[in-house]
Design a protein around this ligand. Sequence first.
Ligand SMILES: [Zn+2]
Length: 332
Amino acid sequence: MSDQRYVRQLLIENWDQNKLNESTATIIGLGALGTVAAASLAMAGVSTLILVDYDTIEMSNLNRQLFYRPLDVGSTKVEICEKILKNINPNIDIKPFNRHIEKVPHHELESSTVILEGLDTFQTRRWVNSFCAAKKVPLVSGGMYSFLGNIQVIIPEKSPCLECQSLIPEEELQKACTPFGEIRKKERSQEIQDEIIPSVSSVSFVIGGLMAQEALKIIMKLPPLKEYLFWDGRAGIFTSVPLKRRDDCIVCSPKFKLKAILIRSPKDQSIKDFGTQLRYSFNLSSDMFMLYKTKKLSLSKKRVGKVFSEDAIFRVIDPSLSFPLKFQILLD
Ligand SMILES: [Zn+2]
């Protein structure tokens, strides 16, 4: 009788169930968006779902996170998700990882047909974006805040990545007449501290459903969403915001795959101030550090000209990015 399961979706024009039967979707973050997207992908018959979350279930999750019940409080999210998804569709494989995304075997993530993330921390979202850009895995990214939501699809080497977007001048965002800039600011502030975000399940069903739909389209090689889609649930309006790839994006620009990123510094600037210059110029996290000749540089008062030779190449490790950045210093 299992053939009967998919008969209605097989009626959809260009639907390709065979592609779903041989695909893997990774869902990072099993909260409001992740659970809705996972349910939809399991129902449709995506053959393998990789689930990633290190959290346990809390009572305050139950207003919007689809799979969790009062009895589940204290259990891990992956454990409950695995059980429910297996019930939804016993024909699919589930690979649960109860850990931080950085600790999931990279080959598992790399082998994904598509990765979906509905994360609420900027740092982890940034890591996932850089991983997908480096390993060329399509990414579906969703966010929600109050009655607002957004979704963006990143096809590696084709569409702008999240890092291209985050550096859009504020006035460009104002033009689109959306509170998009506000959402970004909220995301930024989470770098400092996880914020308690106002949220309700009606928004997660809209955005989580859209995320699953985009993932299914990617798997079936149908044209994906091209623009940043913003949902204003108060007014009931979807707005598309066109985005451009940044030629100098440190995450997805092809030129930095081959060449180092150039950075100028006065010779008499301290290493500490140079570190600050790097952080602000490239939007790096406060945990970043410099590696030069395989040694970690301490942020001292030592002068840049005393530490680096002319045109020296060094690397920056930022825990919020999945790969080191290569820089070349030009001394003034
Ligand atoms: Zn980019």
